[in-house]
Design a protein. Sequence first.
Length: 100
Amino acid sequence: LLQHDVGWTGLLPAILERADPTTDLICSDLGPAGAELAREQNHMQPSAARACLLPAARQSRGLLDEQIVSLLAGNVSYCELRAASACARSAWCTAANLRG
């Protein structure tokens, strides 16, 4: 996934392929969400919110399906929270930081 307003130099496929192919989420600056961002959602305790930047990311089909179920249930949050938090609350999901 690439955000529409991101330019990239270098070999992005080679960077993404460095990670284990079974990793469900690869994104940049993965970690706990900042307090203000963590409050801007309706479906988890702010302390449980995780975030990452998505200029370039890879998500598994299972993680995408998990997010669709959450959205259909009326759960809303910023895109920076959605994938990282869904992965953090799913025991089967693994995540890695794009920056290594």
